[in-house]
Design a protein around this ligand. Sequence first.
Ligand code: TRP
Length: 442
Amino acid sequence: MAAAREHWGSRFGFIMAAAGSAVGLGNIWKFPYETGANGGGAFLLLYLLFIVIFGASLILAEMVLGRASGRNPVGAFRLLGGGAWPGVGYLGVFTGFVILSFYIVIAGWTVAYMGFMLDGSLMSSTPEEIGAQFGGFISGGVTPVVLAGLFMAATVAVVLGGIGKGIERASKLLMPVLFLLLLVLIARAVSLPGAGEGIRFFLVPDWSKVTGATVTSAIGQAFFSLSLGMGALITYGSYLPKSTPMPGSAAIIVGLDTMVAVLAGFMILPAVFAYSLDPAAGPGLTFVTLPVVFSQMPAGTVFGFVFFALLFVAALTSAVSLLEVVVTYLVDETPLTRRQAALGAGLVCFGLGVPSSLSQGAVDIQVFGMDFLSAAAALTDLLLPIGGLLTALFVGWKLGPKALALVTDEGRQAFPLAHVWLFILRFVAPIGIAYVLISGLI
Ligand code: TRP
């Protein structure tokens, strides 16, 4: 072994970093609009179901691969499996690139909206004007591209600091801030007159709205939200000391991520209904509907700014984990230093983000009949479950009983549910994911 691998400073630090990865735009921006577009409570139930049956087990599987190998996703599959298995790691690194390239675009929008909230430019507008301003902004060309670049630079800056001084320190500060901001906003949203209808929409399933596409979106959302299926948790797990027990940490990470998604639903949907807006507005829900809500709300400027700051913080700790997968891979497997890897990967990823940003109205860039950004997002929804499926097969069958030894550190750490976990990885997850993927494609 070369120089000793850096480790997380504490279990708390690891959990904050991993929860920081999981909690992001996926929870606060994507989850509420997907729920709004897919029938409310029914989507919520499917999402929760996927998290409970596959999500938690797969998170743990990835952490095991990371801790046991002390390597990046490619190196982990090579060391523990050999053969063609490192391909799963390569797929993950590639997926990370694709996600990050469009993630920075949306994250850049949050920066702009923090500004729009502060300068009050949306506060006296009608809903139509607010919608037009959103369309005008995202199709404006240069500004959104520059903001995506700035966001990428902030992400690179955190990753340059390394695991302890960069990612762990930032997460330990930012995650508690995020929870605090979230609580402030929920208190506001659920006390609005007329909020009850939104709460009912969110909690009571309307099965007539559920189609094959709904189910596929729900599984894609579960993977995306948990940062699952591309080796992010292999990467973070590779910086864990052998002595850290993992099942409890995995449960906490899943719990926090799910809680934030559900809380985001409680924050956004009641407000949408309180002002008679359309819950099925799609990706614009956050950027159009909420400013309408803030403009009609007492102290809306403050709440609006807090909201977009919340979204920014959540996005930053997630983007950091996406970049870290690529950087850990490059540092482990090539002669590049962390500095070179972070700057180079950041630059390339930004390059791939430019067409995503421009495809939002400035330039007509289509792939598979979708604009570039939507195509990148759709590809992600497919690649993550495939990555998760292969990871389950690898840990369940290729490692098999050896996985039980690895998860318990050769029996030194208790894990009463170990056999249930292995059963899920062997049968439930592969069959379930394959079924959902296939039924979504045909
Ligand atoms: N989970 C993050 C979110 O909800 C996005 C994310 C970060 C991610 N790292 C990931 C998604 C790795 C998939 C894989 O916004």
